[in-house]
Design a protein around this ligand. Sequence first.
Ligand SMILES: [Fe+2]
Length: 363
Amino acid sequence: MNIPTVDLTDLSSNDPARVERGAAALREAFGVFGLVYVKNHGVDAQALARYYDAFGEFVARPLEAKRPYGRADIWYQRGWTPPNTEVAVASNGQPDFKECYFAAPYPTDESSALEFPHIYPENVWPSDAPPYFQEGLLTLGRSLHEAGLQLLRGAAVALGLPETTFTDACQRGPHVTRALQYLPLGPSQVNTGILWGEEHTDFNLLTLLPGGRFLDPQGQPSKSGPDDKSGLYLRTRATPEDPKGQMVRGTAPAGCIVAQVGQQLEILTGGTFLATPHVITAPGVPGWQRQSAAHFMHVHTSTVLFPLSKFRTPEAIQNYAPPVLAGTYDIKTLVDIGLAPTSALDQLGYRHYDRLNRMRAGA
Ligand SMILES: [Fe+2]
């Protein structure tokens, strides 16, 4: 199992041979595995550890202190996600054992927010946040986003598309950075099949994972971790010999981060790149937690999600029809995973039938 590593300095090089080397790595990584290891990514490991300290301090607060930042009214797209809220689509209704914090690393685009207010809300910050809580999440999000833009340019080159195909679609998009803390299992919960995060694919374009860390039962960061079975696993593409794919540990080589393909990139490429299924398994011993972070890059809400003309084979059309506006797709997914109410779907058709009723009643 040899997941390629791409060097971002290859992708940004003026030397065509180096650019092609990077593009070839991406072609194989995204085409075969759905993920790539990234080196020279610009994410500061010390700053990340400092941010995890701040985030852990917030999570350790009593539920009542965090509740004002858990905003069902904006579908939890900013601020705190309470435990047992989000559900993976394929999980039979079991919510994930996690608490999260969401922030957009760049200012919200005002005209997009008028169209999709729940997808582009303003950031929400605790009034008495631990030091480095806000700056740490924004700094992390921006450095992951910059790395992601380079990967997306490389991915376009790898597919023979104009270099800015995906980065243009991303402009002013609802990108969001998320810190996650997977909660400790009690002695009666371990080894009962409970997962920290059910297996799923991400619904966005590209996800960047800077790497997480375990907290021991005393809440202290631990390099070794509770056991060898807990953490992030990614499932590789099915092959005739290997129809279930292979589960690969999502731990990147030292100094690297991970980038994985989301549903939007799968749809635009007609399945040439496949969204990566991934699962976060819980430890077999009680009391341990895990902290991690992810930056979700999205196409802009006005992008039509359908295979690009180059990939529009009859098979791809069948697999990804009908074309759907990305903002609409976002709403549907947020309902599916339990963050938005089902009434959000009522907004997708005509909403003014009552006017005719009122007129007929002469009101
Ligand atoms: Fe995910």
